[in-house]
Design a protein around this ligand. Structure first.
Ligand code: PLP
Length: 337
């Protein structure tokens, strides 16, 4: 497996650390918990999209693009990381933000990721919930082409076969780290949304025959739909790399949608518990939309005995803590009501 055959720009801080969660492991009393710190990828406060953008932005530069277009929800971490790297490369950046949660309070609409998007100099426009965001991006792209620009369109979450290469590489990186310290990883758990992270991870893990199962905790879609999305993208990613599209068996794709609550970006009690637990036991910041729900799933799976004593469970921290500032009132803290 030789990823250098694909164009890539290097701006992530890699490898990200793999750390034990000693106090939480003791507190929960189950398996040994570890955390892979992809919240520390460096770019504009970090996150998982940076690994994907190393490959996507290299493709944009190769195609001589002068403008980047992408989309996400209002508090999109992907949009923020895209604006940051566009700024560094001197490219214009247009982001389309879908009003997916219906929240319009001051903090949600203007703080967190939205504040950083603007600091990075992006042009932002809002679209109503359930807009066809791909069609919206195409339309903007056509307008820009008519004006003589060369736009490069990145799908939501950077989740196509090019972006997923970033997580094929992360699978290699994590396996190498585990090998170096003789750590047997029994499960890898993470929050799954636009599917590129999980698709890249399963392709990388299968290509290496690592035997490390990947467990996605869905933050938006029902189990079946999420697994189908991951499976389709895993097949495309494997094919793109010259591997058999059947490399990853369908049953290796696991997503659990029990922790979504009322919907994408809508707070749940178990998310609030998870965010507070990591902050107060480990000094680590999760986020309300992705990793808070992902870690809530992990906590529940430990408590219900799905992950067992003696096993080593790694949580992939995919970033997003910036959006804590978009949800200051949900943690029931004195002075925030
Ligand atoms: C985008 C995102 C995810 C989900 O990754 P996908 O590749 O979209 O499935 C998880 N956590 C955070 C913080 C994210 O921003």
């Amino acid at each position: 497996m030789h990823l250098s055959r694909f164009p890539r720009l290097h701006f992530a801080h890699l490898p990200t650390p793999l750390e034990p969660l000693e106090r939480i492991s003791e507190h929960l009393g189950g398996p040994n918990l570890w955390i892979k710190r992809d919240d520390c990828t460096g770019l504009s406060s970090g996150g998982n999209k940076t690994r994907k953008l190393e490959f996507l932005m290299a493709e944009a530069v190769e195609r001589d693009a002068d403008t980047i277009i992408t989309e996400g929800a209002t508090q999109s971490n992907h949009a923020r990381q895209t604006c940051a790297i566009a700024a560094k490369l001197g490219l214009d950046c247009h982001i389309l933000l879908e009003d997916r949660t219906g929240f319009h309070d001051e903090a949600y609409a203007h703080n967190g990721n939205v504040l950083l998007d603007q600091l990075h100099g992006a042009s932002i426009s809002i679209r109503p919930v359930d807009s066809d965001m791909n069609a919206e991006m195409e339309q903007l792209g056509q307008q820009l082409r008519d004006d003589g620009r060369k736009p490069y369109i990145i799908p939501g979450g950077g989740s196509n076969e090019t972006g997923a290469l970033g997580y094929v590489n992360a699978a290699f990186e994590l396996t190498h780290q585990a090998n170096e310290r003789s750590l047997r990883i029994d499960h890898l758990v993470h929050a799954t949304g636009s599917a590129g992270t999980q698709a890249g991870l399963v392709v990388g893990m299968e290509a290496m025959n690592s035997g490390i199962p990947v467990y996605g905790v869905s933050v938006r879609r029902p189990k079946q739909k999420q697994e189908d999305n991951v499976y389709t993208l895993a097949q495309r990613t494997a094919g793109f790399m010259g591997l058999s599209p059947d490399l990853v068996a369908r049953e290796k794709i696991v997503a659990n949608s029990d922790y979504v609550g009322d919907g994408y970006g809508l707070p749940t009690n178990s998310m609030v518990e998870a965010v507070k637990m990591l902050a107060s036991f480990e000094g680590i910041l999760l986020d309300p939309v992705y990793t808070g729900k992902g870690f809530a799933g992990l906590i529940d799976l430990v408590r219900t005995g799905h992950f067992k004593q003696g096993e080593n469970v790694v949580f992939l921290h995919t970033g997003g803590s910036v959006s804590l500032f978009a949800y200051p009132k949900i943690f029931d803290l004195p002075g925030y009501n």
